[in-house]
Design a protein around this ligand. Structure first.
Ligand code: NI
Length: 251
């Protein structure tokens, strides 16, 4: 399996060797680490140099939009010469925490979509309570990048709209929560060929470790829950979602 979205550089309780050993022991062979802010970039470059099965994505998270300056574009361009930078992310819109700079969020989202297009890299999208604007901006500006809706949180209808555009959904620990009825319904109604697995570690820890710090090893609980919901074998979930991720990120 592949944990396609894991901030392992910010996990506190374990060191990177321990994180990756736990992952391997639980069948997670590869981990992709997204950036949220500028200061993540060098952490990620070090991780992908040191660990053969770790890959990176670069970008500025919408909540960090005030961190943006245009020199970041050159930095991402330069760092993306490394073939282990496999995507632009996490980028997008977040209207949940702070609505005071929505316009700035949109502006840097569009700049980063264009950057991803010019680098021909997939885009890992953060969309929190901003479904319509996210959808409209991606539809308008994205030309050639594969789109992943990381930590998908919309309705079945919205999921179907995204699938119709050829986009993928990143599914993580939330799907294991008892009260996540909408999420379970989305998984039931979306073909497994359009799903990739993720943790968003150290956040959103799945049951049975909810409340503790998340880590890539826990992707297995997400896979088990998806198998249960879709009434297919765990092996099918593992194989198909792994193939999806390998194809999308070219790893
Ligand atoms: Ni994240």
């Amino acid at each position: 399996m592949i944990d396609t979205h894991s901030h392992i550089n910010t996990i506190l309780e374990l060191n990177t060797d321990e994180i990756l050993e736990n992952a391997k022991r639980n069948g997670i062979e590869k981990v992709i680490v997204p950036a949220a802010c500028k200061s993540d970039f060098d952490d990620i470059m070090k991780l992908i140099d040191k660990y053969e099965n770790v890959y990176g994505m670069l970008g500025i998270h919408p909540s960090e939009a005030k961190d943006w300056d245009d020199s970041i574009i050159d930095k991402i361009r330069e760092y993306s010469k490394n073939k282990k930078i496999v995507g632009i992310g996490e980028i997008g819109l977040d209207y949940y925490w702070d609505k005071s700079f929505n316009e700035l969020q949109k502006e840097i989202f569009i700049k980063q979509i264009k950057l991803a297009n010019s680098l021909n890299l997939p885009i890992d999208i953060h969309d929190r309570e901003a479904h319509k604007d996210t959808f409209d901006i991606v539809k308008k500006y994205n030309k050639n990048s594969t789109i992943i809706m990381h930590c998908f949180s919309g309705s079945v209808e919205f999921a179907k709209e995204c699938i119709k555009e050829g986009w993928y959904l990143g599914i993580g620990g939330v799907v294991t929560f008892k009260n996540a009825i909408k999420m379970k319904d989305v998984v039931k109604n979306v073909p497994i060929e359009k799903i990739i697995l993720e943790t968003d570690a150290p956040y959103l820890t799945p049951v049975p470790y909810r409340g503790k710090e998340n880590q890539p090893a826990y992707v297995k609980f997400v896979a088990e829950e998806i198998a249960k919901i879709k009434n297919i074998t765990i092996n099918d979930v593992k194989n198909i979602t792994t193939q999806n991720a390998e194809r999308i990120f070219n790893i």
